[in-house]
Design a protein around this ligand. Structure first.
Ligand code: HEC
Ligand code: HEC
Length: 354
């Protein structure tokens, strides 16, 4: 009897303690973000607090750019841009899949399997460089690449320009967009880039929380937010309103010595220290953009969390910021819940019809 009493009061005490600690975490995170608990970030790292994504720089000029955006949208969805006539940008960046393709590695011209996983194009206006290895600095420059790439759309630019000049609709669309009917590669990529700057992610539960609805996050999601900023060390790289520091790191996803390894940033800089470094991806909508990592190697969020929890393999040249985390089962679950809370279904989008 006494034993039962002790156990009951003990569990009651634990229950109260747990709810009390939730309570205090909630009150801490109810303050403005500048007064949140200090994150666990290593010395010397420049970082920004998590926050609401600023509006796309095009937000106020959408009306005046309407016709260029329409042209860019047509080009983005048009399979005539590919050599085979079967592939458009949207084949690998599908609006229904948060502008990714859901594949480990994307599949292009005549079934060629690409070297890398297709990232989302949501919020790409925010990045200082594009591609996993940062080889493009602007969306205008980036758009040339897939059109010509043998493993993606495999078109010859001069042929493509001729093809578009001979269509029923494009001379008219280019005139409406640019004031004259000229169809050339620069106008094409400019229109695609401007269209892409309008593609942003939807508001997540966490955005509502940031906007002041402090009750929207469940206790588990709230604990996940705290872990993300502290014990789990994610903020060392995934920080600011896009959850990316706009830099390159090796997070230990590849083991050394594998001849199939993708050298990442090294292929751009040719500096030894850049082998295996990739751009820190945004984590907005992350639960919707799998499989994950540059090679699509991780197939579930549980795999991702396990990867970080076990720390870097000694045989991986990972960044020293990747360490064993000792997260318990419950903590892993909470962190996963937070990743869901920063994910939202895509903004509703009407595809152009041809
Ligand atoms: C066959 C699939 C495929 C097609 C078609 C394709 N892409 Fe991609 N896209 C990818 C892959 C894979 C990557 C990552 C490549 C890399 O990092 O080396 C990528 C990267 C990008 C990025 C960089 C995103 C970032 O966060 O760095 C943008 C922007 C983009 N594509 C836009 C386009 C546009 C515009 C088109 C059409 C002109 C297009 N893509 C066609 C697969 C594709
Ligand atoms: C040292 C910097 C660093 C730290 C710390 C870090 N990441 Fe990453 N993260 C990266 C880089 C770089 C990539 C891309 C690596 C690649 O593709 O090889 C990445 C990729 C990811 C991806 C895949 C995204 C996608 O679209 O494919 C997820 C999810 C992720 N990180 C979550 C986390 C979480 C959760 C934490 C904390 C437990 C964390 N990261 C800690 C740098 C970091």
């Amino acid at each position: 009897m006494q034993k039962v009493f002790v156990i009951t009061s003990l569990s009651l005490f634990v229950l109260i303690a747990v709810s009390f600690s939730n309570e205090s975490l909630r009150s801490k995170y109810s303050r403005p973000a500048s007064q949140w608990p200090v994150p666990n970030i290593d010395n010397g790292i420049e970082w920004k607090e998590l926050g609401i994504l600023p509006e796309s720089p095009l937000e106020n000029s959408k009306d005046s750019l309407k016709n260029i955006i329409e042209l860019g949208k047509s080009l983005f969805f048009d399979t005539r841009l590919s050599g085979s006539g079967k592939i458009s940008c949207a084949t690998c960046h599908d609006p229904a899949l948060n502008w990714t393709d859901g594949k480990e590695k994307s599949i292009g011209h005549e079934g060629t399997i690409n070297k890398r996983n297709s990232p989302t194009i949501q919020n790409t206006w925010f990045f200082k460089s594009l591609f996993w290895d940062g080889r493009s600095k602007t969306l205008e420059d980036q758009a040339f690449a897939p059109i010509n790439s043998e493993s993606e759309m495999h078109s010859e630019m001069p042929d493509l320009i001729m093809k578009l000049r001979n269509t029923k609709e494009y001379p008219g669309l280019f005139t409406k967009a640019f004031g004259s009917p000229g169809i050339n590669p620069n106008r094409m990529t400019e229109a695609i880039a401007i269209f892409e700057r309008t593609i942003v992610s939807n508001k997540s539960k966490f955005d509502h929380f940031l906007a002041g609805e402090r009750e929207t996050l469940s206790n588990s999601e709230l604990r996940g937010l705290h872990l993300f900023r502290t014990k789990a060390r994610c903020m060392n790289c995934h920080n600011g309103s896009l959850f990316s520091d706009n830099q390159f790191h090796n997070n230990g996803i590849q083991l050394n010595g594998n001849p199939e390894n993708d050298k990442g940033l090294f292929t751009v800089t040719h500096k030894d220290e850049d082998v295996g470094k990739f751009k820190t991806p945004s984590l907005r909508d992350v639960t919707k953009t799998g499989p994950w990592m540059h090679n699509g190697k991780l197939q579930s969020i549980e795999d991702v969390l396990h990867h970080y929890n076990k720390g870097a393999n000694k045989n991986s040249s990972a960044d020293p910021k990747i360490r064993v985390l000792h997260l318990s089962k419950r903590e892993l679950k909470d962190l996963g819940e937070f990743l869901k809370a920063i994910s939202a279904p895509p903004v509703e989008f009407k595809k152009p019809s041809f």
